[in-house]
Design a protein around this ligand. Structure first.
Ligand SMILES: Nc1ncnc2c1ncn2[C@@H]1O[C@H](COP(=O)(O)OP(=O)(O)O)[C@@H](O)[C@H]1O
Ligand SMILES: [Mg+2]
Length: 333
């Protein structure tokens, strides 16, 4: 359904230097990425900020031209046949952009439906059907002004708009960004349903590992404009199989530097990374099951020796987060 081959994109920007000077800066946003998406699957593009996710979806949506490589949607070339591509895709690149604040959700959808050439009963039925599908059909939601919508409702309306033309391929850039957990969950369920029940091909981007883990059929992990891993979540997790993830939540005293703790821990454990959590620090390491106790006590000794209070120690199955860390050697997303 979607075929991407060696896609490249660079941006040239100019940085201000002093009063009159400027300096050219080239950003390699995509360094030759390739992947393909099958019909009826939810495909995730997972990566940290600046990885190249938005650039990729903009190229696939024909909003941006690549500098090299090729991309096809339903067999149509995004560069040479943009009109044909636009006919088969539904796109939501930003939750709020382009809606009328003084119209209701229903009126907004009706307006965009008319732009897409729908009218009369077809249009009414389409709008009603989409409001229903998105859980916006009760009168209060559908007939509330857009400006009174919660972010979760706006996100759902944005997906509804992307579906007005009954597209085969739905492209969504960080659709759950900023949503509270229940709204994000509801939206994820809708998107999975679109693919698995209605046979749509769904491409979503996210920087949320957990989201990718529970929602997508296959995922490409993108980092610095390159795809560093691609496969089902289980396949990717198999790369860190045979190891377990140990997590420590600790609170360092003001005099202790976290990066020093991390370097100390790295001498006794693999892939040590830290994430801020609950005002403290969450430290993650990978270990084989046999060395679990040894590594745990070494790290506890290290933390206690530096006066850190340890609130929690957990042992987990590896997650996508561990895959990311072990592939990129970087802190989580
Ligand atoms: N219009 C632009 N001009 C210059 N640099 C850009 C532009 N858009 C994106 N970039 C840069 O390209 C890289 C990839 O950006 P983007 O595709 O937005 O990543 P993501 O969506 O994964 O956060 C980043 O380094 C970003 O700063
Ligand atoms: Mg982005």
């Amino acid at each position: 359904m979607v075929e991407v081959r060696d896609l490249r994109k660079r941006y040239t920007t100019y940085l201000r230097r002093g009063m009159f000077g400027r300096e050219k800066k080239v950003v390699e946003a995509l360094r030759g990425i390739s992947f393909s998406i099958r019909g009826g699957e939810v495909f995730g593009l997972l990566g940290p900020n600046g990885a190249g996710k938005t650039t990729t979806v903009k190229i696939l949506s024909t909003l941006l031209l690549p500098d090299g490589g090729e991309a096809y949607v339903c067999g149509h070339d995004v560069v040479r046949e943009p009109t044909a591509v636009r006919k088969v895709i539904g796109v939501s690149l930003s939750v709020e952009r382009g809606f009328f604040w003084k119209l209701t959700g229903r009126e907004n959808l009706t307006y965009f439906g008319m732009l897409y050439g729908l009218d009369g009963r077809d249009l009414r039925e389409k709008v009603d059907g989409l409001l229903d599908l998105m859980g916006l059909s009760d009168l209060e939601a559908a007939d509330k002004l857009y400006e009174e919508y919660s972010l979760g409702m706006k996100a759902r309306l944005s997906v509804a708009r992307a579906l007005l033309t009954d597209p085969e391929v739905v492209i969504l850039d960080e659709p759950t960004l900023g949503l509270d957990p229940p709204s994000a969950r509801a939206l994820r369920e809708i998107l999975v349903g679109l693919a698995h029940r209605e046979g749509k091909t769904v491409l979503v981007t996210t920087h949320n590992m957990f989201e990718a883990e529970i929602m997508v059929d296959r995922v490409a992990i993108i980092n610095g404009g390159e795809i560093v891993a691609l496969g089902t979540v289980d396949e990717l997790k198999a790369r860190v199989a045979g190891r377990i993830s140990l997590e420590f939540l600790f609170f360092p005293p003001a005099s202790v530097r976290v990066d020093e703790v991390v370097s100390a821990v790295r001498s006794s454990a693999e892939a040590a990374e830290v994430f801020p959590e609950d005002g403290g620090v969450r430290l993650k390491v990978l270990a084989s099951p046999e060395e679990r106790d040894e590594v745990t006590s070494a790290i506890l000794g290290e933390l206690h020796g530096r006066g850190c209070s340890v609130r929690r120690v957990e042992i987990r199955e590896p997650s996508l987060e561990d895959v990311f860390i072990s592939l990129t050697g970087k802190t989580g997303l």
